[in-house]
Design a protein around this ligand. Structure first.
Ligand code: 5GP
Length: 205
């Protein structure tokens, strides 16, 4: 039986601390691979091409979309984001668990195609706190912040689309919760792969 990686889909309204959480999670799970998305948005200070995103033009994005290169894609705020089949499959086929950071539209697309994975939503403690975090980040204009807050509120309403919801009071605690979820999910009977020939034989697998 070949081990296929488990997709972990994480979503959160902007200003919830998802990026920091995912970075910490990656440190705790060194074998976890990231499905690096493509985006048309501008690179932010501190981000790296091919690590945080593949930053491409709208024309390139359109061409990839027409080529059916994306498992899913969405227009988030004013820019386009997409998960390519390539970014996912190269790791998954090798048995690695893989992290997908998506907005709610991406989650909806995957749900509609019965894409198997653990769907986790990270929420801020309050809308007020989310606003504060966006303002402190200082990467968006006032108008962008308002738009992200509006979208964020709609995203929160969709919390039932997920298997798990975690409130991010503090990053380490949130990471611990995700680790606990991943451990539990990987211990599901459907995920079990015998670790030796004798058990395999015993179970007739
Ligand atoms: P940001 O511009 O702040 O990096 O991301 C904005 C939003 O786009 C976040 O909610 C992020 O999770 C989402 N996002 C990033 N990559 C993808 C993707 O490939 N597909 C979808 N649907 N959303 C994405």
């Amino acid at each position: 039986m070949k081990k296929v990686g488990l997709p972990i889909i994480i979503s959160a309204p902007s200003g919830t601390g998802k990026t920091t959480t995912c970075k910490r999670l990656k440190q705790r799970l060194p074998n976890l691979k990231i499905a690096t998305s493509h985006t048309t948005r501008k690179i932010r200070k501190g981000e790296c091409e091919g690590v945080d995103y593949f930053f491409i033009s709208k024309e390139e994005f359109e061409s990839k979309k027409n080529n059916n290169d994306f498992l899913e894609w969405a227009k988030v705020h004013t820019e386009y984001y997409g998960t390519s089949f390539e970014s996912l499959d190269k790791h998954r086929q090798n048995g690695f668990d893989i992290l997908l950071e998506l907005d709610i539209q991406g989650v909806n697309s995957l749900r509609n195609m019965d894409f198997e994975g653990i769907y986790i939503m990270i929420l801020p403690p309050s809308i007020e706190e989310m606003k504060k975090r966006l303002e402190i980040r200082g990467t968006e204009t006032e108008e962008d912040i308002e738009s992200r807050l509006k979208t964020g509120k709609e995203e929160i309403k969709d919390y039932k689309k997920y298997n798990y919801v975690i409130t991010n009071f503090e990053v380490e605690e949130t990471v611990e919760s995700i680790l606990a979820i991943v451990r539990a999910e990987k211990s599901r009977v459907t995920q079990y792969i015998p670790t030796s020939e004798d058990i395999k034989e015993l179970l007739d697998l």
